[in-house]
Design a protein around this ligand. Structure first.
Ligand code: VGL
Ligand code: ZN
Length: 237
């Protein structure tokens, strides 16, 4: 009798724990097998001391490492430019970084040289700890076309193949984090929506550059595209 009561108590305690954790998850976003964490451009050039350092860029690393533990599926991107890339101010005599020019595919912000293929600046942060990351997609490797987006280059038509990959793997919910909020994160998130993915941007897992009002514009563009703006605390642990 005594033994049986102990067993029942054990079972009801387990059931209660199950209910409690479901209740806790209520109102929170639950990561499932169709979810993928897309980690954008956490590369040395964008971190403090880098050639295109994003203010507090390093602060995203612990947040992303923590988030990634909850994802079976993680894809990372790497900005991966040729030397003399069209997006570099140094490729346009008389132009300075953060000025803009008109290229055949539209307006282009000019940047300091950054993320040149094979350089230490282009390497992913050594502090990222995401061993399960299954794909690293490189972008911006065509000398005359930039690619902020992980999906489609700045000409608006050349694809990186990422949408096809995610669809083939049945990953329909894309959670975006990384650098920089107002460029590669925003363009990737809006393109994810365009390709039909449920799309979230995890605000505290991103940092922005904010040049000429770009950060406010990026959030407005993302909202218009149906991107959901969340915080890492909105995700069920
Ligand atoms: C990025 C500017 C130039 C980014 C890349 O990762 O947001 N920004 N290239
Ligand atoms: Zn770039």
């Amino acid at each position: 009798m005594h033994h049986r009561r102990q067993v029942l108590t054990g079972i009801s305690a387990m059931a209660f724990a199950g209910l409690a954790s479901r209740a806790e998850a209520a109102g929170k976003i639950v990561i499932d097998d169709s979810s993928v964490l897309l980690v954008i451009d956490v590369q040395n050039c964008f971190l403090p001391g880098g050639s295109l350092a994003v203010k507090d860029g390093d602060k995203v690393v612990p947040v992303i490492n923590r988030l990634a533990k909850g994802f079976a599926n993680v894809v990372m991107t790497q900005d991966w430019h040729t030397a003399g890339h069209v997006s570099f101010a140094s490729s346009h005599p008389g132009k300075k970084p953060f000025e803009t020019i008109d290229l055949n595919y539209g307006k282009q912000v000019l940047w300091p040289d950054h993320c040149v293929q094979g350089t230490d600046g282009a390497a992913l942060s050594k502090d990222l700890s995401i061993p399960q990351a299954e794909l690293i997609i490189r972008k911006g490797f065509h000398k005359n076309v930039d690619s902020y987006s992980a999906f489609t280059e700045a000409d608006g038509k050349t694809t990186t193949g990422l949408a096809s990959y995610l669809k083939a793997r049945k990953l329909h919910r894309v959670f975006v984090a990384g650098l920089a909020t107002d460029f590669c994160v925003a363009w990737s998130a809006t393109d994810a929506r365009k390709a039909g993915f449920e799309t979230y941007v995890i605000e505290d897992a991103c940092r922005g550059i904010d040049t000429q009002g770009s950060l406010a514009k990026a959030w407005a563009d993302m909202a218009k595209a149906g991107v959901r703006r969340i915080k890492s605390s909105d995700i069920a642990a």
